[in-house]
Design a binder for this molecule. Structure first.
Ligand code: PMT
Length: 400
């Protein structure tokens, strides 16, 4: 798959630079043409000559050192590549790219390229867990950049944890897979994702709702898009920008969410219900602001439609994936929802913990199917979304 493919390898500064030399060797052995750009700090770890010897090409590191007067080097390299790989990627280069900063040969080229960009991070475990780094990774995911997650193990800084650059053999295999035809498992599939809370009006100035930020649902929608699906995202009131490359429908109440999903249900192959739908609404929403009275008051509430259960009852060919947000007895409630709502999978969050679930940038969940269970350790919601979808696709095959 790699024969004659043009891979531009951007190397940033960390001890894992030595593995990037082996990566060039693997890629060239597999038939790829490789050109290398190094950051200033990468050159502190390995001499450019090593990359030159392995790639049999000039190595670039100075934006102003134009080797060929007919072209501008960073534009020429950006246009040349079939795939741009950043390995190892430091927190610094990830942060710069997430913020559109272009102040050296690597970052100017990354902004100039229209080729797919893959990032393989390597850093200290605490740096990788830092909210700023996770935020930047999420941002880059939203920009369509793909990540090769670091593996866990002994780190050069002495810690044991996640942060090791993935092995060159594994990176080469992933890159090779990318060039296989038909590598998008959801190509041609219609996926509906619901996200965020619903809002049930009490009167013109008050409402019932919950703490869902929409992040998990948006992550699922972006992951489905990047796996090739035509995605419709139906979301309640959230403070997130619309993701690109999908149909986005904003709703307010559970009733409106039901309507938006049901009208598209027949054509859907997958429905992912990440939304935190309010279970109750005021029986009678007041048309005018309710004035406060002396003493306590009571409000009569009625059930909202259970959207997932409605979809489960009307299911024909669709694969139905629900979420469960629980503070206790997570497994019992998740399995109950799986059968009672006729879902194919339930993704259970333990929302009694503050580092996951509502509002958090990371999540840790358990995926329940009928006769299937898998736990997913803490990672960014965007990375988790891809892992969940890939697991579901592998388990169930692509929906017909
Ligand atoms: O949005 P974030 O801040 O990123 O947080 C993510 C999340 C915690 C909201 C999300 O991951 C999650 O768990 N969503 C489901 C929350 C929820 O409402 O769970 P539930 O256990 O009450 O509902 C179970 C399932 O039934 C869900 O798929 C829900 O969408 C669905 N449901 C519930 C009630 C209802 N009236 N209609 C429904 O369709």
């Amino acid at each position: 798959m790699l024969v004659n493919k043009k891979i531009l390898l951007c190397v940033s500064g960390g001890i894992a630079v030595y593995k990037a030399v082996a990566l060039v060797s693997k890629l060239t052995q597999a038939g790829a043409h490789v050109k290398v750009i190094m950051t200033e700090s990468a050159r502190q770890f390995v001499n450019p000559l090593s990359f030159q010897v392995m790639s049999k090409n000039d190595v670039f590191y100075d934006t102003f050192d134009e080797k060929d007067s007919h072209v501008i080097a960073h534009i020429d390299l950006a246009d040349w590549a079939d795939l741009v790989l950043v390995a190892p990627a430091t927190a610094n280069v990830i942060g710069k790219l997430a913020n559109g900063i272009a102040d050296d040969m690597v970052t100017t080229t990354l902004l100039a390229t229209t080729a797919p960009v893959w990032i393989a991070p390597a850093m200290n475990v605490h740096m990788y867990d830092h909210p700023a780094v996770l935020r930047n990774i999420d941002r880059l995911y939203a920009d369509g950049i793909r990540f090769i997650e670091p593996s866990a193990g002994y780190l050069a800084c002495g810690y044991v944890g996640k942060g090791r650059l993935e092995e060159p053999e594994k990176i080469t295999a992933l890159v090779s897979k990318f060039f296989e035809p038909q590598n998008l498992p959801l190509k041609g599939k219609q996926v509906i994702v619901s996200a965020g809370p619903t809002l049930e009006r009490i009167d013109p100035v008050r409402y019932l709702s919950n703490f869902s930020s929409g992040k998990m649902g948006y992550a699922m929608a972006e992951a489905a898009r990047d796996l090739g699906a035509a995605v419709t995202l139906v979301h309640g009131p959230v403070a997130l920008p619309d993701p690109s490359g999908m149909t986005v429908i904003a709703i307010e109440s559970a009733e409106q969410m039901l309507e938006a999903i049901l009208s598209r249900y027949d054509a859907a192959d997958y429905v992912i219900k990440a939304a935190a739908v309010a279970d109750y609404r005021p029986k009678q929403a007041a048309q005018q602001k309710v004035k406060k009275q002396q003493g306590d008051t009571q409000m009569e509430l009625e059930r909202t439609p259970d959207i997932l259960a409605t979809l489960g009852a009307q299911k024909t060919h669709q694969l139905l994936i629900g979420f469960a947000a629980e503070t206790n007895d997570v497994e019992t409630y998740a399995l109950d929802k799986l059968t009672r709502k006729n879902a194919d999978y339930i993704i259970a969050n333990d929302v009694s913990k503050t580092d996951r679930g509502f509002g958090a940038d990371q999540n840790t969940v358990t995926l329940y199917g009928h006769d299937f269970v898998q736990h997913f350790p803490s990672t960014s919601k965007r990375a988790l979304a891809t892992q969940l979808l890939e697991t579901i696709i592998a388990q169930s095959g692509v929906a017909k």
